[in-house]
Design a protein around this ligand. Structure first.
Ligand code: ZN
Length: 365
């Protein structure tokens, strides 16, 4: 008999027979109907197995959960499995939102008979340039006037929350699926200014790769969370540079720094739902388990946009060389969600009944 030593890891999983199977998406998505098709799924496989969704050392998760404790993981699990309906339930080993996270296997359960579609993952490869982005960049930088994080006035970038390659139709789905209760926005374009954030170049570099996300704190207040895998004994300063520790006394740590829209009362600021979606992609980039990243058709399909160096459309300084490093350039995935648009509307109304939905499997599990 052998005693299995448990690594100090935290894992999140879901039963495979709750999870719908995605079919290959349409090649090119030119309508909301095709976007819905790209996010629809077939019934789950008939299996007793589990799909691991997130995994990593407990200490890594604690950097992000901080004082949110288990609520952080619960929020992320809803966003992965059921962002609109949040139907995860607890009928076994319930986890309270205020419980400290532990090195355990957490399980997301949904009621019998319900099938969910896992949130899709935004691919990171690819670059594109389009003329529409010039207009968007002008609007976003005019709206904000300065970097959201550090207040720098230039050089500034328009950092896209949703990559341009996602296209209008999938971007609408993201907006819908992360905005319970909000009316559909049939005219939303991926080039709408509500999908852009003004950042200094040193912040855009991280933000565009899902290595910097903004965790919601309260209305118009977020906290910077750094998801980059950094070399030992280094950290990122408030100004976006990577430095050896200890950081200079005049350079606070970026991770944990509060961030807010420079003009919080403007009606065209990005909605919290879209910032939340971007944050989820950061979490997945850092913690997604191979079961999840290898799940069939789990990545958003991309639109074939113009590539290469047509123009620098998101950089304030158009003669710079690093255009392709910007959010726009490479951040081109699409996102999206799952499938049940209509049903989700009804279920959103039931959300207030929702209480913590979790289960944690302890060491014996
Ligand atoms: Zn900045």
């Amino acid at each position: 008999m052998a005693l299995q030593q448990r690594p100090a890891d935290l894992e999140l999983c879901i039963r495979a027979n709750f999870v719908g199977v995605y079919q290959p998406p349409p090649t090119i998505i030119t309508s909301d109907e095709l976007a819905a098709e790209a996010l629809s799924h077939d019934p789950p496989l008939n299996t007793d197995g589990f799909i691991h969704l997130l995994s990593g050392p407990l200490d890594d998760f604690l950097q992000y959960a901080q004082e949110e404790h288990s609520k952080w993981l619960m929020d992320i699990a809803h966003d992965i499995c059921d962002p609109l309906g949040m139907r995860g339930n607890q009928d076994w080993c319930p986890v309270d939102p205020t419980d400290p996270l532990t090195a355990s296997l957490y399980r997301y359960d949904v009621p019998d008979g319900i099938t969910i579609g896992l949130s899709k993952i935004s691919p990171r490869e690819g670059k594109c340039k389009t003329a529409d982005a010039v207009t968007m960049r002008t609007r976003v930088i005019s709206r904000d006037g300065e970097c959201w994080v550090c207040g720098a006035l230039r050089p500034l970038k328009n950092s896209h929350l949703c990559p341009k390659r996602m296209g209008d139709h999938l971007a609408r789905r993201v907006f819908h699926d992360f905005s319970p209760g909000s009316p559909a926005n049939p005219n939303l374009s991926v080039f709408d200014e509500i999908l852009g954030i003004t950042l200094g170049r040193n912040h855009d570099i991280w933000f565009s790769k899902y290595e910097l996300g903004f965790r919601f704190v309260s209305a118009n207040l977020y906290r910077c969370h750094v998801f980059a895998s950094l070399a030992p004994n280094t950290d990122i300063t408030l100004w976006g540079g990577q430095c050896y520790l200890p950081l200079p006394s005049d350079s606070p740590r970026l991770h944990g720094y509060p961030v807010a829209p420079p003009q919080p009362h403007r009606p065209n600021n990005p909605p919290a739902a879209l910032i939340r979606w971007h944050y989820l992609q950061c979490v997945l980039q850092r913690f997604a388990h191979a079961d999840y990243t290898n799940f069939g058709n789990i990545r958003y399909p991309e639109l074939p946009l113009r590539m290469e160096r047509d123009s620098d459309d998101d950089d304030e300084d158009t003669d710079s060389d690093d255009d392709d490093e910007g959010t726009d350039s490479e951040a081109e995935w699409p996102t999206a969600w799952f499938d049940r648009a209509l049903q989700a509307q009804m279920e959103a109304a039931e959300r207030h009944d929702f209480t913590a939905n979790w289960v944690v499997a302890n060491e014996d599990e």
